[in-house]
Every structure is written in structure tokens, then in C-alpha cells.
Design a protein around this ligand. Structure first.
Ligand SMILES: [Zn+2]
Length: 269
């Protein structure tokens, strides 16, 4: 996504340059199939960008490229998108749920409050959700928070009968049912925090965030108090357990560069 005002959004580049944000998804090769965390934009969005809405297109400047969709990147790695058995969504915003139609057979896990909000959006939320993303009738599996204590957070295990240790960690505020997703990784955890924060500096100590991104986060939220208190809890978590828990968020390109440069995927025009 390439909104104008790079310096205000990422802290780097010119004031009128376009920023470059990513939609960070995770793919887990599990013992019994693939698990995808968030789906970014999908092939239907590439075919018909108008379904994302004109305001979103003008403000956020998405560079829609079929090769960058989750389905294409799974194929690129020699895997079969049909083997995606489970999708876990941090929330159903258009830039996270666009790929759902590309995996019609997968079970889609999320918090009940998020499904409720997306199916019955109030007037303020109508632009964040795109009904075409679930017109195929996904196999929703809703979860409620609680049950598993995780570093002081309330977690719920998503696939209790599988070997994969994946927890939903509710982080309400950006949306009504927004959740982080903690994935066991060796001795530690990879914690995808979705849109609970936008810039790596927000969970640093002391925290900092480029002003444009901070302003955007403050507009694009349903519960300011909950969002800010959850963000503070994430900063504390990073400070005390940073060695065991690696935090990432959806849109900061730094995390994607650090993890796996997309050298084989042509960059969006
Ligand atoms: Zn987002």
C-alpha cells in the first residue's frame, strides 16, 4: 500500500513521496496441512480493484499485483493453495480478508465479535469491510477469548487437536474483534499483532511513531482507550519478553525485510 507522505508515514523519504507499506501474512506448514494467518488482498481485488472502494484506493494507493497475493506466493513456494486447511484472521478489514475467496475450502478462524461487526457494520465501519470478500460463504469458526494464560494475556488455542500451537490473543481497539495471533516457534513465539500497532517504534521503549501513521491509527479505530491500553501492554511485553516473543505487525515493511526479502516476486508497478 502506497499512501502519499512517506516521511509522515514511515519516518523516511520525502514529504510527497509515496510510502511503501506491506500486508504481512504468515504461512505455517503444519503436520496436517497449511495454516495461513491473514490473507492480504486477493485475486478478485486484483481483477476488480473497484470493490475496495474509491476512497480507499485514492488514500491508500494499493498496488495490486496477482503475483503478490497469498495464493500466488504459496504456489511460488511449490505448495498448493488447496492445502490451506485453516485461515486465521487478525480481523476482517479489506486489506486482511481480501484473499479469503482464494481459499474457499479453508476454515476461517476469528473472534466472534469480529464476525458480528463485519456482518452488521455500523455506518462508520461500512468502508472497512467488503462484503464481496465473503460472498462465497466461508466456513467461519468463531472463538471467544480466554482459557489460556499467555504472558499475562488472555489467549485461546485455535487448533487444539493439532500439533501446532497457535493462540488467538484478543487485542481489541482497532476493530471490535481484533486479535493477535501467537505462533510457537522453537523455544519462543512469533506474535503477529495485526493492526494493534502500525510501526515498530510503537512497541519500543521509549515508544515513538511517525505522526502521519499515529494520526491514521487514531482515526481508523473503534475504541481508542482499548487500543492504546493494548498497545501499551504490547510495549511492556516486548520489553520484558523480547527474547522469547518476537512481535510483528501487519503493515510495517521492516519486519518483512528482516524476515524474508521477496526477491523472487517482482515488485508492484
Ligand atoms: Zn490493516
Amino acid at each position: 500500500m502506497c499512501p502519499r507522505g512517506a516521511r509522515l508515514v514511515t519516518g523516511e523519504g520525502g514529504l510527497f513521496e509515496r510510502a511503501k507499506l506491506v500486508c504481512h501474512c504468515l504461512l505455517i506448514e503444519g503436520a496436517d496441512g497449511l495454516v495461513l494467518v491473514d490473507t492480504g488482498f486477493g485475486l478478485d481485488d486484483v481483477r476488480d480493484p473497484r470493490q475496495l472502494g474509491r476512497v480507499f484506493g485514492a488514500l491508500i494507493g494499493p498496488r495490486l499485483n496477482a503475483l503478490e497475493t497469498a495464493a500466488s506466493q504459496i504456489r511460488e513456494r511449490g505448495l498448493d493453495p488447496e492445502d490451506v486447511r485453516h485461515i486465521i484472521t487478525t480481523h476482517l478489514d479489506l486489506d486482511h480478508a481480501g484473499g479469503l475467496p482464494d481459499f474457499p475450502r479453508a476454515e476461517v478462524h476469528l473472534l466472534g465479535a469480529e464476525l458480528e461487526a463485519a456482518m452488521n457494520p455500523g455506518w462508520r465501519d461500512r468502508t472497512r469491510y467488503v462484503a464481496a470478500h465473503w460472498a462465497h460463504g466461508p466456513r467461519w469458526v468463531t472463538h471467544e477469548g480466554g482459557g489460556e494464560e499467555w504472558y499475562g494475556f488472555d489467549g485461546v488455542r485455535v487448533l487444539p487437536s493439532s500439533e501446532e500451537e497457535i493462540l488467538l490473543i484478543p487485542l481489541i481497539g482497532h476493530t471490535h474483534g481484533h486479535t493477535g495471533v501467537a505462533v510457537r516457534e522453537g523455544d519462543g513465539w512469533l506474535f503477529h499483532c495485526g493492526d494493534a500497532y502500525f510501526h515498530h517504534g510503537e512497541v519500543a521503549t521509549p515508544p515513538h511513531c511517525p505522526p502521519g501513521l499515529a494520526a491514521f491509527a487514531a482515526i481508523d479505530q473503534v475504541d481508542a482507550e482499548a487500543r492504546l491500553s493494548n498497545r501499551e501492554r504490547l510495549r511492556e511485553l516486548a520489553a520484558r519478553a523480547g527474547g522469547e516473543v518476537r512481535l510483528i505487525c501487519s503493515h510495517d515493511p521492516l519486519y518483512l525485510q528482516a524476515r524474508a526479502p521477496l526477491s523472487s516476486v517482482p515488485s508492484a508497478g
